[in-house]
Design a protein around this ligand. Sequence first.
Ligand code: ZN
Length: 184
Amino acid sequence: MSVLAEIMEYNRNFVENKKYEEFRTTKYPDKGIVILTCMDTRLIELLPRAMNLRNGDAKIIKNAGAMVTHPFGSIMRSILVAVYELQAKEVFVVGHHDCGMTSLKPGSVLEKMKQSGISEDRIETLQHAGIELDKWLTGFNSVAESVKQTVYNIKKHPLFPPHSAVHGLVIHPETGKLDLVVKG
Ligand SMILES: [Zn+2]
């Protein structure tokens, strides 16, 4: 059975048996927080458990590396929407050890793109158009430094409310232990 078919079958059962009832809540975060973290599979359940978060407690935004790299990209927009429209008062940036974005090599990603059928021409066209693929596909060396940078990028954003706190943390993907990097 394909993953899609498996999910659809499970879902029919989930809804029929009203398994959603224990998850009922509102769209407003009960703890007044928005979390930006990584899409890493090890954090799906571990992060909420390790931070004592239940359904409804927080807005959670995920991407590769828990980074805000563009001031007017969708991650920053999501944070601003959470703060201004959804009653989040504090932001938590939570990176993690052993992140896939640590030492991500643009050359290796571009090579895999070519192997999957993306032509050299197309990559060159994008580069000539001013898209800095090397920079765009670069991760970070130190997760703590990356978290600090992202906290700074949020805090200094021209549209971010000046009195809202932005904290920076690093979580261990096996034990769930949190280390505080920036106390906002
Ligand atoms: Zn990661």
